[in-house]
Ligand binder design. Structure first.
Ligand code: PMV
Length: 325
């Protein structure tokens, strides 16, 4: 029996990944750029046990359903093939944040699983190989291998060998915070990101414009990171998220993640800016609003959003994935 435990932080994209060039391998159609979040952590233990006849998955203390177990098992098959191993595994995973809230649990989840499973399988892997492996589970997971600001390369190779994430150093890293405003109640989660981005790519008349926009936003965001310009970074992040959602809203039929509370939060973020606060919003495949801000303004932003959201989490940047045996 061999076992390993990994901890990975979730990440929130400031320039979004929305659309694939290869669905089977999770190869993104364009690059992306994210911030890893220290407050949202997944801890995953993988034990390869010769006594097991099937893989087992326990998520937040409960035995996972067949769909989630099959997705995990398919991912473990990649590692077993690489390690020339037939043994089944027991996987226990806990999120220290609400899984069902639609926060980025697949990013931290597959990054932690990739690292725990490859360590338990005895594979010696570089961070880049781990990023490539995590990507097979979920595109955004490739970025959660690293801490701080992270850039994901779209790459060109059909085997995905040049499609990985890497960390970006910036003078902004220490001084930023992300305020996460959770929108609860209301409609159940409508579309998973996987299906929704494929549907947008196939049917949205705005998808081509989205794809043409991403390289410009990436270049501008990278410029803002290297010059330490938080206003420029926030402005790009908010505009990019709105463009991603515009492409999804224009899909036929529409993919609309926003609820009335989402719009109320977006209005409050604009009001905060008008009052001179550092605050720029981004949204993913759910109704929640995440606000990029500065260390100094984080509490004021959180206080303004608390009466509107069902829960508010303030996060500092997180570190890279870690593992122990
Ligand atoms: O990694 P996935 O398949 O869950 O897709 C993530 C998609 C977004 O969260 C909307 C954007 C992103 O870059 O994280």
């Amino acid at each position: 029996m061999s076992t390993a435990t990994a901890r990975a932080c979730a990440n929130i994209a400031l320039v979004k990944y929305w659309g694939k060039r290869d669905a089977e391998q999770n190869l993104p159609a364009a690059g992306s750029l994210s911030l890893t979040l220290g407050a949202l952590v997944t801890e995953t233990t993988v034990t390869f046990d010769p006594r097991l006849s099937t893989d087992e998955l326990v998520l937040d203390g409960a035995v996972a359903g067949p769909a989630e177990t099959a997705r995990t098992s398919g991912f473990l098959d990649l590692i077993r093939a690489e390690a020339k191993l037939a043994t089944r595994a027991r996987v226990t995973s806990t999120n220290d944040f609400p899984t069902a809230s639609g926060l980025a649990s697949s990013a931290s989840g597959f990054a932690a699983l990739a690292v725990a499973a490859s360590t338990a399988a005895g594979l010696v892997t570089s961070p880049r190989q781990l990023s490539i492996l995590a990507r097979r589970g979920s595109g955004s997971a490739a970025r959660s291998v690293y801490g701080g600001f992270v850039r994901m390369h779209a790459g060109h190779a059909t085997d995905g060998s040049d499609c990985y994430a890497e960390p970006m150093t910036s003078s902004l890293t220490e001084g930023v915070r992300m305020v996460i405003a959770i929108v609860g109640g209301g409609a159940p989660k409508t579309h998973g990101s996987r299906d929704a981005m494929d549907h947008t790519a196939k049917t949205s008349p705005l998808y081509q414009a989205w794809l043409e926009l991403v390289p410009h936003d990436l270049a501008a965001a990278e410029g803002a990171l290297s010059s330490g310009d938080l206003v420029a970074l926030g402005t790009i992040a908010e505009a990019n998220a709105l463009a991603m959602h515009a492409s999804a809203i224009a899909a036929r039929p529409a993919v609309i993640y926003w609820q009335p509370t989402t719009l109320a939060l977006l209005a409050e973020v604009r009001a905060l800016r008008a009052r001179g606060k550092a605050a720029w919003a981004t949204m993913d495949a759910g109704p929640h609003v995440k606000v990029l801000t500065s260390t100094g303004d984080a509490e004021a932003v959180a206080a303004a959003l608390r009466p509107i959201a069902s829960e508010v989490i303030v996060s500092a940047p997180g570190g890279p994935v870690s593992v122990s045996t």
